[in-house]
Design a protein around this ligand. Structure first.
Ligand code: AMP
Length: 818
């Protein structure tokens, strides 16, 4: 295709926008249309509107071309020469405004092409084209012109370089026919009302390095005010201490790209952090996280440690002991809980002793006389240990020097003493299984629990849940696992819910040296019994043992003043069941699967820790503003006492029947496999946006039906893959149910491959499920088929039932599984 620069290219009008000699009176503009062969200078008015719409592009859009910001010549080509023309305007800063117009509405057989220059796609495989244009209403043209059109066409041609410029029109691929939402008339011109249309189209997958765009006019009156070509990316973010890089979205409009994050400095991965970049440039479904390394605490998405202890001074030095004192680090970055003092005889670093102290002084005893000892000290805050201080060396005094004012001690006795001490250190070392020992000399009895938790040996790397019941004193358990917070650090803002023990409030927590956090505060109401206090704090003793992005995080407890409180992270969207009911139908399947994935990951963590939840239900899941779901509601016996859904079974236990596996209802066999059953019910609740499982059926009917093999039918619009997973969770044989790690893997696969979620359980099989599983259930309670179907939210199938002869409840009750 041959072409030429549009007429007017490079010819610039003087500044002054729409004023000065370029402004026509409405009457003369109208004249412009009665003689459409002349350049329609009405674009001048429109340019003002276009300029006003010069908005910054959203942060997840990267421009490949924006005609409004190109300072020089755009280099576009018009063919034939007398078709499209460029109106060379400049704004008040003399910056060019590139507007192309064509208005050959009086002539037959128009075929006017405007070709852009080559546009690199910068590696993007899906690009978006945003056009701003005005279009004249044909009916408003004098005489109602028969040849006038109200659309134009947009095309593209891919090529690796600029050589594609001379290709023929018919080699271009059509993107779309573009019509105006609003065309303008002469009247609008009179009123100076601007009707600027914005249309966006996308093209992909692209396989070459770049492309040309072309605009074809077939006889319309158009002014193309701006052309913006962009791709979308998920902009770099830091989530859960992991950095996710700028990521260009995938080629497919439903594609989710799995992106791995890298841990910020001084942090390490717990579960490898991942997120998914959607085609719209949004980050979805965060998985895993990084954690600050020991000694570092999280602050504004980074990890900074408590600064090292610097100022260490020697105190009293004797032949067998050295006393030291030091000052708090300059930047404690939190409350210092204790110090750890490591010391060893110089050049004997492999055999060292560790003392822990809450004070800033210690005395290391049992040392060799006349020997140099190396000391290093580090502070511990709630975030963990800081780095060790530099080495400080101090020497014990020689035995004879010491003996000058004391009775003589034979050297042999000193040697024996030293030998015994060394032996004790070695035995301590072997018993503890660590490369260090704890000095008993100045040790607080609590410190021994660093190794032994109430008789449970804590092996490094193997974390297991410790039932707070195993503690004789429940107060000891709560202080073992939960940090005591001073009430003055908490500001209560408003009541957000009611728990069994008192109100739940939102508020803020400001710990010294830490940034203020939004928190939820559970309070224990006044006049509580000792058992209520124990049960209330029991939840904190359990929650405090967990550290996972999908488990509600405990900040600490207030027990030393009243009211007694449990402080946790704040979850903006509250409990999942209420949130879903409020937002019925608002989420994509991927978002729902992301929620389910989070819950499954939290449950995998709990089952790995050996904790059985027993009350897993959407009402016990909390959801935050990023749609991250976290498992909550941990308790001792009270879990089930507290739950309004829990009902007494014939064996006397109180159980949330609709969520509980048959073996747990029948003989209280609660295991991670029974939690998997409950997880299946949660899946059903999530996909049906908070519908009540088994609707209004009675608990007795539910138990009976489940025992007889009936299962909940698929929720509406449910992907087959999800419903199949639900059915797997509801296998009667608990050993046949999937494990939580398998569920997490399965959901990950679905998230990676969203097209696998496109096949939905179809309406007819939902109806047949309904018949098979719910026809006979509770049907006696309803007077008509319609009423029954309404009650189970299937009212829309009434007609199908009627058409198939199921017009009475008796007929429905006859339906069998076959
Ligand atoms: P619970 O006693 O744990 O069942 O809490 C009662 C209600 O308080 C819940 O249903 C939530 O609506 C709300 N709630 C509890 N904990 C939080 C939290 N961490 N963030 C936000 N809301 C919460």
């Amino acid at each position: 295709m041959r072409g030429s620069r549009p007429r007017g290219a490079g010819r610039r009008r003087p500044p002054g926008g729409c004023g000065g000699d370029t402004l026509r009176t409405p009457a003369s503009l109208a004249g412009c249309y009665s003689a459409p062969r002349r350049a329609p200078l009405w674009t001048c008015l429109l340019l003002c509107a276009a300029l006003r719409t010069l908005l910054a592009s959203p942060s997840n859009e990267v421009n490949l071309l924006d005609s409004r910001t190109v300072m020089g010549d755009l280099g576009w080509i018009a063919f034939p020469k007398n078709g499209w023309e460029e109106i060379g305007e400049v704004d008040e800063n003399y910056a060019p405004i590139h507007t192309y117009q064509v208005c050959k509405v009086m002539e037959q057989n128009q075929n006017n092409w405007l070709l852009t220059s080559w546009i690199s796609n910068e590696g993007a495989s899906r690009i978006f084209i945003e056009l701003k244009f005005t279009l004249r209403d044909c009916n408003s043209l004098p005489g109602g012109l028969g040849t006038c059109k109200e659309t134009f066409n947009m095309y593209y041609f891919e090529s690796d370089d600029e050589n594609g410029r001379n290709i023929k029109e018919n080699q271009y691929i059509k993107i779309d026919t573009i019509a105006a939402d609003e065309s303008f008339t002469e009247l609008d011109l009179g009123d100076r009302v601007m009707k600027l249309n914005t249309e966006v189209r996308d093209v992909g997958p692209l396989s070459k390095k770049g492309f040309y765009l072309a605009f074809q006019d077939v006889g319309a009156c158009i002014a193309l005010v701006s052309v913006r070509v962009y791709y979308k990316k998920c902009p770099s973010v830091i989530r859960h201490l992991a950095v996710f890089p700028d990521t260009i979205t995938g080629a497919d409009s439903s594609q989710l790209l799995e992106v791995s994050g890298s841990c910020v400095n001084h942090s390490v991965t717990d579960e490898p952090p991942k997120m998914h970049c959607s085609a719209e440039g949004e980050w979805l479904v965060p998985i895993g996280k990084c954690m600050c390394k020991e000694g570092y605490e999280e602050k504004n998405g980074t990890c900074q440690a408590p600064s090292p202890v610097t100022n260490v001074k020697k105190g009293k030095i004797a032949k067998n002991s050295i006393s030291l004192s030091w000052q708090e680090p300059d930047r404690p970055n939190g409350i210092i809980l204790e110090y750890e003092i490591k010391y060893f005889e110089k050049d004997q670093e492999t055999s060292y002793t560790i003392i822990k102290s809450k004070e800033t002084t210690i005395t290391a005893e049992g040392l060799k006389p006349a020997s140099v000892y190396v000391f290093q000290i580090r502070a511990r805050t709630a975030a963990g240990y800081g780095v060790f201080s530099r080495r400080f060396e101090f020497e014990t005094i020689p035995v004879f020097a010491a003996s000058s004012d004391q009775s003589q001690i034979p050297i042999i006795a000193v040697s024996v003493t030293v030998g015994v001490i060394l032996l004790a250190v070695v035995i301590g070392f072997l018993l503890s299984g660590r490369r260090c020992g704890y000095s008993k000399a100045k040790q607080d009895p609590e410190e021994e629990k660093m190794h032994f938790h109430n008789g449970h040996i804590k092996l490094p790397g193997v974390r297991t849940y410790i039932d707070p019941h195993t503690y004789e004193d429940p107060n000891q358990a709560v202080h073992e696992f939960a940090k005591e917070i001073e009430a003055s650090c908490i500001t209560i803002e408003r009541v957000i819910g009611a728990g069994e023990f008192g109100e739940v409030c939102s508020g803020r927590l400001k710990l010294p040296g830490k940034r203020e956090l939004p928190v939820a505060i559970k309070t224990l109401k006044v006049g509580y019994t000792e058992k209520q206090r124990r049960d209330f704090l029991g939840e904190a003793s359990i929650m405090g043992q967990f550290d996972h992005p999908n488990i509600i995080h405990l900040e600490g407890v207030v027990t030393k003043s009243k009211p007694v409180m449990i402080v946790t992270e704040y979850m903006e969207n509250g409990s999942l069941d209420t949130f879903l009911k409020k937002n019925d139908g608002q989420f994509t399947v991927i978002q729902l699967v992301g929620m389910l994935r989070g819950i499954a990951a939290g449950m995998k963590y709990l089952s790995d820790m050996g904790y059985v939840h027993r009350d897993l239900a959407a009402r016990n899941i909390l959801i935050n503003s990023n749609l991250v779901c976290k498992v909550s509601d941990f308790g001792l016996s009270r879990v089930l006492e507290d739950d309004p859904e829990a009902a007494y079974t014939t064996r006397g236990g109180k159980i949330p029947i609709r969520w509980t596996a048959p073996e747990a209802i029948a003989f209280r066999k609660f295991t991670s496999a029974s939690d998997v059953w409950s997880y299946g019910i949660v899946m059903w609740e999530v996909v049906s946006y908070g519908e009540r499982p088994y609707w209004e059926m009675t608990n007795q009917d539910v138990i009976k039906a489940v025992e007889e093999g009936y299962r909940l039918p698929s929720p509406m619009d449910c992907p087959v893959a999800l419903y199949q997973l639900m059915l797997d969770c509801w296998q009667k044989d608990r050993n046949s149910r999937p494990k939580f790690d398998e569920i997490v893997n399965m959901l990950d696969k679905l998230i990676r491959n969203p097209s696998s979620l496109k096949t939905l359980v179809n309406a007819s099989s939902r109806v047949s499920n309904l018949l098979a599983e719910h026809g006979p259930l509770g049907s006696g309670a309803y007077r008509s088929v319609g009423e029954w179907l309404e009650a189970i939210k299937m009212g829309r199938y009434t007609e199908i039932f009627m058409e198939n002869g199921y017009s009475s409840m008796d007929a429905v009750a006859q339906v069998t599984l076959e």
